[in-house]
Design a protein around this ligand. Sequence first.
Ligand code: AN0
Ligand code: CP
Length: 317
Amino acid sequence: MKQFLTVQDGGNIKKLLEEARYVKWNPFADQALGKNKTMLMVFFNSSLRTRLSTQKAAMNLGMNTIVLDINQGAWKLETERGVVMDSDKSEHILEAIPVMGSYCDIIGVRSFAKFENRDEDLNEVILKQFIQYSGKPVISLESATRHPLQALADLITIEEHKKSSKPKIVMSWAPHPKALPQAVPNSFAEWMVAAGYDLTITHPKGYELDPKVTAGAKIEYDQDKAFEGADFVYAKNWSCWNEENYGKVISKDMNWMVDKEKMALTNNAFFMHCLPVRRNMIVSDEVIESKTSLVIPEAANRVVSAQTIIKKILKSL
Ligand code: AN0
Ligand code: CP
């Protein structure tokens, strides 16, 4: 494996899940693989889970790890080519990336959608520069349009808890005060369809995701209807993807919050969320604290997803 940015990079899902199961139960079996190898993680945005779980995964594989918060302590980066650099930006990303690449064997990058220029976000301008100029395998730690390590952890968690071979999964939009990216719902949809699950996506009108990403899923605008018979409810907020309202919040309708009454419509469904979550906006205290809430094991599986992927990349170095 030379990079991990999308579901396609994961290869055969069944095989990947087998590899994940092995990693989960033998976390220190491959300590020699990462000896004298360095994992660098570069964050353009905040993180708790991705930062800690990816670092833990790399350490389990015997690697050294370096974490850089670009916005705290590093030089402010210019990302446009051709500009006269007379502003507050001291360094160009075209030097910074190969320099960072020279200090590591694998490079992880978190770079969210900025919502300034839709084409720039959809074309993954920052991530692509890391691929082109770092000279090292790149792992997405959530890019502008995808969060594959999260979706793989979600899939591992569902595999561990499902009671039928083709569970009904419902991904539900829920209200949030700020504009959030589409990366998590995009990856969740792609991975669930690729895994062969029965996926229904529910959201208010205007929050449609890229139809290429949701191909194979059912879209249901009536949230109550969508929840009927669900085995897993995956809550997430995202902002508008369409051209007209890209990156905008057009509804904060609190009726979409996942609460006890909504969960009562399901087939005693498990509740999932990638975290961080805003309680009593996205989900009620009661539901997130209930016995069927999987948010903590789901976050714990982020170590497993990261370790499975880093291991595959180390093997191909
Ligand atoms: C981010 C998002 O929605 O993409 C990260 C989630 C893993 N969430 C926030 O910014 C709150
Ligand atoms: N789920 C997730 O990626 O969390 P962080 O933003 O805290 O890394």
